[in-house]
Design a protein around this ligand. Structure first.
Ligand SMILES: CC(C)(COP(=O)(O)OP(=O)(O)OC[C@H]1O[C@@H](n2cnc3c(N)ncnc32)[C@H](O)[C@@H]1OP(=O)(O)O)[C@@H](O)C(=O)NCCC(=O)NCCS
Length: 163
């Protein structure tokens, strides 16, 4: 069963397929979050429960109100020892620079690291060093910049780091 997300975030719904298709057509979003090949948005949304049941991913809509999709914050690649996941986020172009990513990442991080939430020990993220927006986002949120790995910058968050 899907977990109940914190306030302001929700699971994908079938009627969100056009908004997801628009996001998958935005090169700024797909550069860091490649859409799955050979899957249309409706089929991808239909796979939400299976992805969670297999602990592959949990992708949450950042809801702008009245059900409008403003973006997504997701956790992927869950491991159990340590209990860890990778965080990714995107915001639709028309909603950027309004603090949505800051608030959504903050919210999902607190929930994911809370023993009464998902109970993870550690979150990490990777950004392209050329992606000033993404790098400023994680730096501004107080994530640890672990440094480069290949062509990416790795960021890390634990409850102790964010306290
Ligand atoms: C990165 C992204 C998620 C930021 O979303 P957002 O909602 O605009 O971010 P916020 O409004 O919360 O901004 C947070 C901070 O990031 C920085 N920032 C955001 N956009 C920026 C830009 N275009 N240029 C420089 N800094 C930027 C700023 O420091 C900003 O704080 P400020 O507005 O108080 O100065 C968004 O630009 C996006 O979806 N990009 C495409 C997908 C992507 O790169 N995802 C990240 C991969 S993990």
């Amino acid at each position: 069963m899907l977990p109940t997300p914190p306030e302001g975030l929700r699971h994908w719904r079938p009627e969100d397929a056009p908004a997801l298709a628009a996001a998958w057509a935005d090169p700024d979003i797909t550069r860091g979050n490649q859409p799955p090949p050979d899957l249309d948005p409706a089929a991808w949304i239909a796979g939400t429960e299976v992805r969670w049941a297999r602990r592959l991913a949990l992708d949450l809509v950042i809801d702008a109100g009245r059900g409008e999709v403003a973006g997504e914050v997701g956790l992927a690649g869950f491991t159990t020892d340590p209990a860890r996941a990778e965080l990714g986020v995107w915001v639709a172009a028309s909603h950027r620079r309004t603090g949505l990513a800051t608030s959504a990442v903050c919210t999902v991080t607190a929930w994911a690291l809370d023993p009464d939430g998902l109970g993870l020990e550690h979150l990490w993220a990777r950004t392209d060093p050329a992606n000033v927006a993404a790098e400023s986002l994680f730096a501004g949120l107080g994530w640890d910049r672990l440094g480069p790995a290949g062509a990416k910058t790795i960021w890390s968050a634990t409850a102790a780091v964010l306290r």
